[in-house]
Design a protein around this ligand. Structure first.
Ligand SMILES: N[C@@H](CCC(=O)N[C@@H](CS)C(=O)NCC(=O)O)C(=O)O
Length: 205
């Protein structure tokens, strides 16, 4: 199998979730760093891969896919022979999709945005981001009191999509101390064979 090319930014949680799934599935991957600070993602060559001008994007043979959650669906559907990472059963698949929507919704607007404001100076509303993060983590902690992973006893791409920005929430000034079930779940993911971390950034003051 040829390398899957992953266009990423080393401290992007959206890109990390793709790198993490590739590693867990033992897929050969070539990482290509895109210099977001220099605006490389808005240059015509990159826009031809993703017209929204964002990482992550993958190229797999002749297939180009943008959007982290779409990439997770593609990789699990194509390469996970066990069928557990993105289950085919309609109800199980819908439960996974529910968390992918949370990843693109509350996780992006909450912990990810708070981190973006603290680390990169995004001109966005910090107190709103913290409110969304707090609401999300309250729900997540209750859900994870009931099962080992987000949709059941084994991990799926739902867990991978939610993992990176949750684990790095303290970098955005959102503490995980109040959420024992979330912290136990993060540890379970970090114990999976093939787990790779995202580079830590200095925690926000
Ligand atoms: N919905 C997209 C969001 C990706 C995203 O927000 N990427 C950020 C890095 S974390 C990016 O490329 N930002 C650069 C820009 O928007 O110019 C996904 O899930 O892949």
């Amino acid at each position: 199998m040829n390398d899957i090319v992953l266009y990423r930014f080393p401290v992007s949680g959206h890109a990390h979730r793709v790198e993490l799934l590739c590693s867990l599935l033992k897929l050969p991957v070539k990482l290509v760093d895109v210099n977001l600070a220099a605006g490389e993602q808005k240059k015509p060559e990159f826009l031809s891969k993703n017209p929204f001008g964002q990482v992550p994007v993958i190229e797999d043979g002749g297939v180009t896919i943008a959007d982290s959650n779409a990439i997770l669906v593609y990789l699990a559907s194509r390469y996970d022979k066990t069928g557990t990472w993105y289950p085919r059963d309609p109800a199980a698949a819908a439960h996974v999709q529910q968390w992918l929507s949370v990843a693109a919704g509350q996780l992006a607007a909450g912990p990810s945005t708070a981190r973006g404001i603290k680390l990169f100076g995004f001109p966005l509303d910090y107190s709103r981001a913290v409110t969304v993060a707090t609401q999300l983590f309250g729900v997540l902690d209750k859900e994870l009191a009931q099962r080992k992973f987000l949709t059941g006893a084994t991990p799926t791409i739902a867990d991978i999509a939610i993992y990176s920005y949750t684990a790095h929430a303290p970098e955005g000034g959102v503490s995980l101390e109040p959420y024992a079930n979330i912290r136990a779940w993060l540890a379970r993911i970090e114990a999976l064979p093939g787990f790779v971390p995202m580079k830590r950034s200095a925690a926000a003051a």
